[in-house]
Write a protein that binds this ligand. Structure first.
Ligand SMILES: [Zn+2]
Length: 426
C-alpha cells in the first residue's frame, strides 16, 4: 500500500532561508518551463516534452549558477510538475470539462519542493538535506514502508512540514465483524446509516464564521505590500488552517468508527465537481468529498470494502416496497402510501444504498417480485464468508424479523444477487 506520512518540522533561520531560496528557484524554473511550452506552441505550433526540458537543465545551471544550489532531482521534479499540469489540462479538455490553462505561479502559490531517492538522510528525528541543512521532525508516529519521495512544504500560515510518500506500507487489517452498512450523506445530518444512526454535521466553518469575517475585513483594510497586511494575511490563513484541521480530524474519526464496525460500507457515488460547485456553504462545510477520500484511504489500510452505488433516486424510492415516493428536500419523513412505511428520509436513503450495494447492480431492489413487509424499521446484512453467502434481515418496527433474503456471494466483485430465498414470519 502507498501512504504519505506528514510531520511538522523545525529548522534554524539560515536553513529556512535556504529552503525559501530553493522554493523560489523552483518557482522560477516552473514559470520558465511554462513560458517555453507556451511560446513553442504559440509561435511554432510545437509541443515540448518533459524529457526535452530536462535535458536543458545542465545548460540552465551553466547560465544561472544559483540553480547549482538546488538538488538535480528537485529541478527534474519541477519539470514533471509542469508536465502534470499540462496533462491535467488536456485530460479535462478531452473529457469536455471546463479547464484553465496552466498558470504562472506567484510566490504565494508555490510552496514546496520534492526530493527523491537521494540528497537526503533520515537519522531518528533528524532529516538532513544536502546543500540546505538539518530539520528536526516532530515524529509522532513511525514512518512505515519504503520512502519514495520527500516533500518539504510551507503551509499558508507559515508552518513547515515534511511529507514522506512511502511504498510497500504494510496493511493493518481490522478484525472481521460480518456486517455491512449503507451510508447516506446529507445536510441535516452529516451522515445517516442504514441502522438508523445519525452523526451531526459539526459545521466548523459556521462556528468560526465571525472570526473569519473579522480577519478578512481587517486584511482588506490594510495597504497592499505593507507589513501589517502580511500579518493580517497570516492571521486569516491560521483561521482557515484551524477549520481544515478540525474537519480533517472529524473525518478521520468518523471513518475509523464506520470501518471498525463494518466489513462493507456502501455509499452513494457523489458526482464530482459539478455538484460540488452547486453546493451551498453549509454543504461545502461538511466536505463530503474529502470525507469519502479519507474513508477510501482508510478502507485500503484496514482491508475493508467500500462500495459506491449509483446515485439513483435513493431518497425517493421506498426502502420497503420499491415504490417511488416523490418528495422535495424539505420533506424530512419518508411516508409510503402503498406499504405505509414511515421513517426518516435519510434512513430510508441509507437502507436503499445498502440494498444497492448488496445487489451491486443498477437495480433498486434485490428481488422486486417478492412481497415486502410493511412498516419495518430497518434492514441489515450479515455476511457469512465461510458459506459464501449473505443474509439480509429486514426488521419490523418492533424489532421482530419479518423478512429474510439470502444472497449468493460470488465473483470478484462480491455479491451476485441471483439466488434469493424468502421467509416470512409474523
Ligand atoms: Zn413502501
Amino acid at each position: 500500500m502507498k501512504k504519505t506520512f506528514k510531520f511538522r518540522i523545525n529548522a534554524s533561520k539560515t536553513t529556512i532561508q535556504k529552503v525559501e531560496e530553493v522554493i523560489n528557484l523552483c518557482r522560477i524554473l516552473y514559470n520558465l518551463c511554462l513560458e517555453q511550452r507556451k511560446n513553442a506552441w504559440q509561435f511554432h505550433k510545437k509541443s515540448i516534452s518533459a524529457n526535452s526540458q530536462k535535458t536543458q537543465l545542465p545548460e540552465l545551471k551553466r547560465a544561472f549558477p544559483e540553480f547549482k544550489n538546488v538538488p538535480s532531482q528537485t529541478l527534474q521534479d519541477v519539470v514533471e510538475r509542469i508536465d502534470g499540469a499540462f496533462q491535467g489540462f488536456f485530460r479535462r479538455i478531452k473529457a469536455g470539462e471546463k479547464s484553465g490553462y496552466p498558470r504562472f505561479k506567484g510566490s504565494a502559490r508555490y510552496d514546496s519542493f520534492t526530493l527523491k531517492q537521494s540528497g537526503w538522510q533520515l537519522n531518528g528525528n533528524h532529516l538532513s538535506i544536502k546543500k540546505i541543512g538539518i530539520f528536526k521532525i516532530k515524529l509522532h508516529r513511525p514512518i512505515l514502508g519504503d520512502i519514495k519521495t520527500v516533500i518539504i512544504r510551507r503551509s499558508s500560515s507559515g508552518k513547515w512540514f515534511v511529507c514522506f510518500s512511502c511504498d510497500n506500507v504494510p496493511l493493518n487489517p481490522l478484525p472481521k465483524t460480518g456486517k455491512a452498512i449503507g451510508v447516506d450523506v446529507g445536510c441535516e445530518a452529516f451522515l445517516t446509516d442504514s441502522d438508523g444512526r445519525q452523526i451531526e454535521n459539526p459545521r466548523f466553518l459556521k462556528q468560526s464564521e465571525k472570526t473569519l469575517q473579522e480577519r478578512q475585513q481587517s486584511l482588506s483594510r490594510k495597504k497592499r505590500g505593507s507589513n501589517r497586511r502580511a500579518k493580517a494575511r497570516l492571521l486569516l490563513a491560521k483561521s482557515h488552517e484551524k477549520i481544515r484541521n478540525q474537519r480533517r480530524d472529524f473525518h478521520f474519526k468518523t471513518a475509523n468508527e464506520l470501518l471498525k464496525a463494518n466489513d462493507i460500507v456502501c455509499i452513494e457515488k457523489l458526482k464530482s465537481w459539478k455538484t460540488w460547485r452547486s453546493l451551498n456553504k453549509s454543504m461545502r462545510d461538511a466536505a463530503w468529498i474529502n470525507f469519502i477520500s479519507v474513508l477510501k484511504g482508510k478502507a485500503v489500510e484496514a482491508v475493508r470494502e467500500i462500495r459506491e452505488v449509483p446515485a439513483k433516486n435513493t431518497s425517493q424510492i421506498c426502502s420497503g416496497c420499491g415504490e417511488i415516493v416523490p418528495k422535495n428536500l424539505s420533506v424530512r419523513i419518508h411516508h409510503c402510501p402503498s406499504c405505509h412505511l414511515n421513517i426518516d428520509r435519510d434512513i430510508n436513503a441509507a437502507i436503499n444504498i445498502l440494498k444497492l450495494g448488496a445487489s451491486f447492480r443498477d437495480s433498486v431492489s434485490i428481488c422486486p417480485e417478492k412481497p415486502r413487509p410493511s412498516g419495518r424499521g430497518s434492514s441489515r446484512i450479515i455476511i457469512d464468508s465461510e458459506r459464501n453467502n449473505a443474509i439480509v434481515d429486514y426488521l419490523s418496527k418492533d424489532g421482530e424479523l419479518s423478512f429474510k433474503e439470502e444472497l449468493n456471494l460470488g465473483g470478484k466483485h462480491g455479491f451476485r444477487a441471483k439466488q434469493t430465498l424468502t421467509n416470512q414470519s409474523g
